[in-house]
Design a protein around this ligand. Structure first.
Ligand code: NAD
Length: 363
């Protein structure tokens, strides 16, 4: 078997820690390590998993790591040097700064949705434009909302052809650990100008789609919800729409009898399934909401902002490194390793060593 591709994680917060765990689960990738600005509970857990921890600024951090008893493997530049590719999951805007380092060190890198499309010129969603990332040095995986929209838009466009898409996004105020974000008690048009940036962001991946979006921020940390309306070519039946959606593992149709009434129920489902971190990486489409009338298709979908981009990062690594030319094969490999589209309870053995995390999927 070919050597594993060595992946470094620069930025280990909400997204970075999930990408690191997902990389460690791939049998064609090895996690070089993760970079942290300081020791904290995330570094403590990463050390427990056997990940090598590098410091973003070793001069500032060395004594802190020493005091915390967390071994520091070197600087983030040492980590990047050892890697074949870097996944940058630093806060929005910092990726643009970090790109100068990757450029200088000649390392390919993936950036997240908080960075601008123009920075890489290629924005990515596995189903929609995998081929565009093949062999590229710099690619941006689009944001959580845009990733979910691209998956859905691509499935409907492939099946029926989209004439026009109108989407209202109800966005979570912050992630569970984002104590400085809000609102606490209000509904905020965000942005107040229309349309929102999400439509143009979808067009960075699928330029031919006519789409207009509006977004509101609400006081919750539990997922986003999209109210979606498509005008399509022809007049598909509801069954035809459901069948088109069922073809994609990353689109989960929530059966009505599950009695899932809200994002609260969906997140609880992730927890009781025993999904790692309780994550739900699929678009969660309420099957009862799916309706078809003439050339119109309507539905509600919920999007777990902390995790839906994780499989997209894994596929993006395979595309950029030329490890797999066939998007379906890469997506299948990623989905199976992460349990996507699998709604049987998970059993995850405690990881022993970075890159050698053992996972047992129920048959
Ligand atoms: P986060 O704040 O949770 O994590 C970022 C981490 O990077 C922090 O641990 C921070 O200490 C560290 N960091 C700071 N400066 C750094 C540097 N110079 N080098 C390396 N690491 C540094 O952020 P996040 O929510 O994980 O977001 C990361 C990116 O992912 C952003 O572009 C964001 O827009 C995007 N994104 C976030 C979400 C979400 O809902 N959280 C969803 C999809 C995409």
């Amino acid at each position: 078997m070919a050597d594993k591709v060595k992946v470094a994680l620069n930025g280990y917060g909400t997204i970075g820690k999930r990408v690191a765990d997902a990389v460690a689960l791939q049998d064609d990738m090895a996690l070089v390590g993760i970079a942290k600005t300081k020791p904290d509970y995330e570094a403590f857990v990463a050390a427990g998993k056997g990940y090598d921890i590098y410091a973003v600024d070793p001069v500032k951090a060395e004594s802190k790591f020493k005091a915390a008893g967390i071994p520091m493997a070197g600087s983030s530049k040492d980590m990047i040097k050892k890697a074949d590719i870097v996944v940058d999951a630093a806060p929005s805007g910092i990726g643009a700064e970090n790109k100068k380092i990757y450029d200088k060190m000649g390392k390919p890198a993936i950036f997240q949705g908080g960075e601008k499309h123009e920075m890489t010129g290629t924005s990515f969603n596995a189903a929609a434009n995998y081929d565009e990332a093949i062999g590229k040095d710099f690619v941006r995986v689009v944001s959580c909302n845009t990733s979910a929209l691209c998956r859905l838009v691509y499935a409907i466009d492939t099946a029926f052809g989209i004439k026009n898409a109108l989407v209202t996004l109800v966005r979570r105020g912050g992630d569970p650990d984002d104590i400085k974000r809000g609102p606490i008690n209000a509904i905020v048009p965000d942005p107040i100008t229309l349309p929102s940036h999400h439509g143009p962001d979808v067009q960075t991946v699928l330029p031919h789609i006519r789409i207009s979006t509006a977004a509101l921020k609400v006081p919750t940390t539990l997922m986003h919800t999209h109210s979606v309306h498509f005008s399509v070519d022809g007049t598909p039946t509801r069954d035809q729409v459901l069948n088109a959606l069922k073809k994609w593992r990353r689109l989960w149709l929530i059966p009505g009898w599950f009695n899932i009434k809200s994002t609260g129920d969906i997140m609880e489902m992730g927890r009781v399934l025993g999904r790692p971190k309780g994550d739900m990486m699929e678009n969660c489409i309420y099957e009862d909401s799916v309706s078809a009338d003439g050339d119109s298709i309507e539905l509600f979908q919920a999007v777990h902002q902390e995790s839906d981009v994780i499989p997209e990062n894994i596929d993006c690594i395979r595309a950029m490194m030329g490890m797999e030319k066939d998007k379906k094969k890469s997506m299948d490999r990623t989905d199976r390793s992460l349990g996507i589209g699998d709604f049987k309870p998970w059993k995850v053995a405690p990881p022993s060593k970075a890159g050698k995390v053992s996972v047992e999927l129920p048959m």
